[in-house]
Ligand binder design. Structure first.
Ligand code: NAD
Length: 517
């Protein structure tokens, strides 16, 4: 596929999404404004300009916050199922614009077009989930210890939810948060990654259209743009009761401190260092598919990417040969061309981190069995394309303990029982996704037991990469402890209130206390 074809497709997509020319980075509904400096977004696919956007200044931010605060007063009084109806309409708009948005995601972020479409599908799926949820935001009722009293709990919206998102899921992470927050009665202000700002504007346009068509206040959906400094406007702002932040552990620790200092709530979705344990009873074919897709999919830039394969010594050589052979078949190139398996890294800084990881693993005594390297020449002009690499390493290497956001897979050997593999799996600081490949029931159950994986996600005979929206998504330890998307993750977007009603003419005190006046 030539650059011309890519750009022809992308130009159309940008037009459909209303993001051509210079865009304003601050939006309240369909009203766009900004007075900050210009950010240029370059595609890692071909190095060309995707679009320009003006950053949000503190004065712009104040305008956004005022609109959001005011919109909340209307939105919170609308019955939740009616809010669900708005989210249903938003999901339908996404269905209409799926191809255009999928293409923009692929072009601005660098993931394959199929993955771009998959990301938009996740947005649609969470909308469907949220619509159903809008009729199920229920609390419990309890028996009161006092006669003639009724006790129950209910959930109320929090207010303005601040969403800070990472470059690698430039649209889905926002939707996971916002679709739930909206049905819960919250309004949202979103700061997308400064590396994928055009995706943010495109999503804002789609959502804002729905709110405008329903004559709802514009401030329900707000967008701000810029780097960490703009993110800090929100993390420090006492008017925002919840900050949902997705990104690196370094970012999460900073945001968590800012939010905790003002006793706000934070929902943190941070880095992972995900492993697949391969036991002597593993299905080799399934293991190879799971490991290779997990390690090289999205060029290793998923929070759930497979970074470590912990293989039993008895099948180590067999698995190593099979995975190395599979890597020989990988095609690296333009992600909009569906013949390619691996696209570019997000930018040249990411390429440096990849190169640094390969140097470090060798310095620490590792052995590169698939060497990797940076690609240059025709089709690779952006300088962001790298070859997926595999290194034999030891679990305690510093670099193995670290999340390198690139396609570098470490092969680690274990001996003895599955407990030893679980120890290796758990000894990193991150705790997002984990998997075991085995047909042995005892090993699988041990892995899932209280003595097993310490991650938020633990899979059997499925890789680490990706997740369905129906389950709560997130991880422990340095991954931040947050949960979003399915199950009861909605509760974080609401405040719980316990209510006791006395329908008698007496006022009995709890615990039988007498207070005679
Ligand atoms: P990043 O931490 O560099 O940036 C993420 C976002 O945080 C950006 O919008 C950035 O502007 C903002 N930010 C950075 N510092 C901030 C600060 N001090 N205050 C407020 N905002 C700040 O991450 P990235 O490079 O965009 O994304 C890759 C990382 O994200 C990886 O570590 C990956 O594992 C993680 N990630 C995690 C999940 C998850 O669900 N656990 C999902 C996607 C990505």
């Amino acid at each position: 596929m030539s650059n011309k074809e890519v750009n022809f497709g992308i130009d159309n997509a940008l037009k459909i999404l209303g993001v051509t020319g210079l865009n304003e980075g601050s939006s309240i509904g369909l009203t766009n404004f900004s007075s900050g400096e210009i950010i240029e977004s370059f595609s890692p696919v071909d190095g060309l300009l995707v679009g320009k956007i003006k950053q949000t200044t503190k004065a712009d931010y104040e305008k956004v916050m005022e609109a959001a605060t005011s919109a909340f007063k209307t939105w919170r009084t609308m019955p939740a199922p009616q809010r669900g109806e708005i989210v249903r309409q938003f999901g339908n708009k996404l269905r209409e614009k799926k191809e255009a948005l999928g293409k923009l995601v692929s072009y601005e972020m660098g993931k394959s077009y199929q993955e771009g479409l998959g990301e938009v599908q996740e947005m649609i799926d969470i909308c469907d989930f949220a619509v159903g949820l809008s009729r199920q935001l229920h609390g419990l009722t309890m028996h009161s210890e006092r006669p003639g009293h009724r006790m129950y709990e209910q959930y109320h919206p929090l207010g303005v939810v601040g969403i800070i998102s990472a470059f690698n899921f430039p649209v889905a992470v926002w939707a996971w948060n916002t679709a739930l927050a909206w049905v819960c009665g919250d309004v949202c202000i979103w700061k997308p990654s400064e590396k994928t700002p055009m995706c943010g504007v495109a999503c804002q346009n789609i959502a804002a259209e729905v709110f405008a068509e329903n004559n709802l206040p514009e401030g329900i959906s707000c967008l701000i743009n810029g780097d960490y400094k703009v993110g800090e406007f929100m993390s420090k702002d006492t008017r925002i009761p919840l900050i949902s932040a997705t990104g690196s552990t370094k970012m999460g620790k900073l945001v968590a401190q800012e939010v905790a200092a003002r006793l706000g709530k934070s929902l943190l979705e941070l880095g992972g260092n995900n492993a697949i344990i391969v036991t002597p009873d593993a299905d080799i074919k399934m293991t190879v598919i799971g490991a290779v897709f997990g390690a090289v999919g999205t060029a290793g830039q998923r929070c759930t990417s497979t970074r470590r394969l912990i293989i039993h010594e008895s099948i180590y050589d067999k698995i190593k040969t099979a995975v190395v052979d599979a890597y020989k078949q990988l095609r690296i190139g333009n992600p909009l061309d569906e013949n390619n398996h691996v696209g570019p890294l997000i930018d040249k800084d990411a390429v440096k981190m990849y190169q640094n990881a390969l140097e470090k693993v060798v310095e620490e005594g590792g052995n590169l069995v698939v060497e990797g390297g940076v690609l240059s020449g025709k089709g690779y002009e952006s300088g962001c394309y790298v070859k997926p690499a595999i290194a034999e390493a030891k679990p305690n290497f510093m670099i193995v303990q670290h999340e390198t956001f690139a396609p570098v897979l470490y092969l680690l050997k274990y001996s003895g029982t599955v407990e030893n593999a679980i120890d290796i799996q758990n000894e990193v600081t991150q705790g997002l996704s984990s998997a075991i490949m085995t047909n042995n029931l005892r090993e699988a159950e041990r892995f899932l037991s209280v003595q097993g994986s310490d991650c938020g996600i633990a899979n059997v005979n499925i890789g680490t990469s990706g997740a369905e929206i129906g389950g709560a998504f997130g991880g422990e330890k340095d991954t931040g402890g947050g949960r979003e998307s399915g199950s009861d993750a909605w509760k974080v977007y609401m405040r719980r209130q316990t209510n006791t009603i006395n329908y008698t003419t007496e006022l009995p005190l709890a615990q039988g206390i007498k207070f005679n006046l």
